[in-house]
Ligand binder design. Sequence first.
Ligand code: 3DU
Length: 217
Amino acid sequence: MPKLMIALDVLNREEALKIVNEVKDYIDAVKVGYPLVLSSGLEIVEEIKKICNREVICDFKVADIPETNRKIAEIALKYADGIIVHGFVGEDSVKAVQEVAKKFNKKVIMVTEMSHPGAIQYMQPIANKLAKMAKKLKVDAIVAPSTRPERLKEIKDIAKLPVMTPGVGYQGGKIEEIINILDENDYVIVGRSIYQSENPKDVAKKFKEKLNKNKTK
Ligand code: 3DU
């Protein structure tokens, strides 16, 4: 059964911790990004881990020269279990982050094709190449879109790596349409559908059940 990762894109510490506390029994991992870290500080990662004892990944989509990437990774990976980087900046920039991650025994997750409509414009044409690069570099996982199941499958088939897939819920992706592509090493990322709901706990539970039941193979 694929894992459920909550994208915790809320803008204050109290709300973030309250949601983690509510959903902790139904999630396998937490993704934090600029919205929460810029408003609450990177220490929020430690606080989240204290509450739920789950993997926490920093979605910083790091996309700079190797030297700057290295500095960002050194800071983020003191706290987080993994960091998301962009692949389009080239192998050297990704490798710089991998070197830091190796030191801390943490994960590097590389974006191939994003899930929003605009990703078709510039990312999709190079995404299969990025998937090949991810495989070559042996990153720990890749990001690929659940809004386009056929692309998710193609990218996963090329990279042969675990996938963290965003787009389920608010962006239109459906678990039923991707479940047969995924396995127990993959993560389905859900943000707004959980944290903006009236009852995040119930919604997280429902997503978890869907991930468990929906496999039709
Ligand atoms: O659409 P949601 O609210 O379920 O959130 C999706 C999360 O995944 C959010 O943090 C966004 O920044 C991130 N993400 C994508 O949506 C698409 C990508 O290709 C990569 C990350």
